[in-house]
Design a protein around this ligand. Structure first.
Ligand code: PHE
Length: 456
């Protein structure tokens, strides 16, 4: 996926080579964006925050804040062509500000490590569900059976630790060997396949008789129920699902050829990511109501609704297995984005090989992840601030670190970088550029600040 024949037109090139094509870049960023955030997290966060109004705020955040932040991240990455820490330091100096902007990259490296520490635990659940599906556990199962299978599995710290270990091992393997080429092929196949399966499930959800109830829950806003904490959750979810605010997209942008349109690529990724999240919601909520479950059930929501639906479908064992395999791949390609800033930084700043960097970062993440492993069993009752260890890491990263990172990134792209630099990267000074600049300079930073201040 990365080739060394950079078309650099006299500009900087990346040490790690460049994407072979515009499509390769879009696939990599889409692979990073589409993941557990769309299918596991979006439905349960929307459910916990009352549905309708939350979903609308989330969509507004995606378009008015997420999109300009994503464009800013890619353009900064491509201009600096280094890991996020070095890129921010370099551009900070180059644009006549300070090299202390490197701290934005630093927050990103840390956020990626913290997010992957629990992301890997949930991805481990998905791996376990591949096996459970294939062995027919859910065939014709009742809602009680499905719920008890989930409770029993997550209740065993050994089982959860094992699958967390397997998932981290797989991630380290791919990062170490740099076999992204294989994953590019996987994304090429995975996203369309995931879409087809979601559409099949949508058919099932429509026939459940509770479809309209699901739609109503998702799209009828009751604004009186929407507090600032829910608005912050919507903003955090927008950042999380688009993989922005922590340098993943910036790191990928560093390998982007000069002639690729950043606006076009961003729009494609945002559309694919949002489409899949909406589909997930339209599948899950009707099933929640059809089975008398509560939308506010939390992180177990998809693991309790989807197996039920599959269990009642003809060919459900196959569908269910394929679905969880696809979701594992989606999680895997996202995990790569989460470690890329840390790995690229260790390679560039400390002269580590990719393999060494992958093992060091992976080991650290695995260790921190044990806190989230225990949050669902042994330490489930140990709660502080936002809840369990898992809840706290999730809150800190999604609701604070990513928005803060996004705020600083838009301020940097909008105010610190001069107009020539950004217009050069975005390739025009036409209407689209003006809209981006207005959003990046004014609307996005003020929006993020307002939400952060009001919610905290
Ligand atoms: N966007 C990914 C998802 O929705 C998670 C992620 C966040 C990946 C940040 C990379 C960076 O699952």
């Amino acid at each position: 996926m990365l080739s060394n024949q950079a078309n650099n037109g006299g500009k900087r090139t990346s040490l790690h080579g460049h994407w072979s094509s515009r499509m390769a870049f879009i696939l990599a960023v889409t692979g990073s964006a589409v993941g557990l955030g769309n299918i596991w997290k979006f439905p349960y966060i929307a459910g916990q925050n009352g549905g309708g109004a939350f979903v609308l705020v989330y969509l507004i955040c995606v378009v008015l804040i997420g999109m300009p932040v994503m464009m800013s991240e890619i353009l900064i990455g491509r201009r600096g062509r280094r890991n996020p820490v070095a890129t921010m330091a370099l551009l900070g100096k180059e644009e006549g500000s300070s090299q202390h902007w490197k701290w934005v990259g630093g927050i990103g490296v840390l956020a990626g490590i913290l997010i992957l520490s629990y992301y890997s635990v949930i991805a481990g659940w998905v791996l376990a569900y591949v096996v459970k599906s294939a062995s027919g556990t859910f065939s014709g199962a009742s809602s009680e059976v499905v719920s008890s299978v989930f409770a029993e599995f997550t209740g065993s710290w050994q089982a959860v630790a094992l699958t967390h270990t397997i998932f981290m091992g797989l991630t380290v393997l791919v990062v170490a060997r740099g076999v992204e080429r294989g994953l590019e092929q996987a994304v090429r196949f995975m996203v369309p396949a995931l879409l087809i399966l979601m559409l099949t499930l949508l058919g099932y959800a429509i026939s459940s008789g509770y479809f309209m109830q699901g739609v109503e829950f998702m799209f009828t806003p009751s604004w009186d129920k929407l507090g600032w904490d829910s608005v912050l959750a919507a903003l955090g979810q927008a950042f999380f699902t688009l993989s922005i605010g922590m340098g993943a997209v910036m790191a990928y942008g560093a390998y982007l050829p000069e002639d690729t349109s950043i606006t076009g690529a961003s729009a494609a990724v945002v559309a694919a990511d949002t489409g899949i999240a909406m589909l997930a919601g339209l599948v899950i909520f009707p099933l929640v109501f059809a089975n008398g479950l509560s939308p506010a059930d939390g992180p177990g929501l998809v693991f309790q609704t989807l197996p039920l639906a599959f269990g009642k479908m003809a060919g459900g064992v196959v569908f269910s297995t394929v679905f969880f395999v696809l979701l594992s791949f989606a999680a895997w390609t996202s995990a790569l984005g989460l470690v890329e800033p840390a790995v690229a930084w260790l390679v560039e700043a400390f002269g580590k090989t990719r393999a060494q960097a992958a093992v060091i970062v992976g080991g650290l993440i695995w260790l921190i992840g044990l806190g989230s492993v225990l949050s669902f069993n042994v330490l489930a009752d140990v709660t502080f601030l936002a809840g369990t260890i898992f809840d706290n890491i999730d809150y800190l990263t999604s609701n604070i670190m990513l928005p803060l990172g996004g705020l600083l990134i838009t301020i940097f792209a909008g105010w610190v970088m001069c107009r020539n630099s950004t217009a050069d990267e975005l390739g025009s000074s036409g209407t689209l550029y003006k809209i981006w600049r207005l959003l990046a300079r004014v609307l996005a930073p003020i929006g993020i600040l307002l939400i952060l201040i009001n919610a905290i």
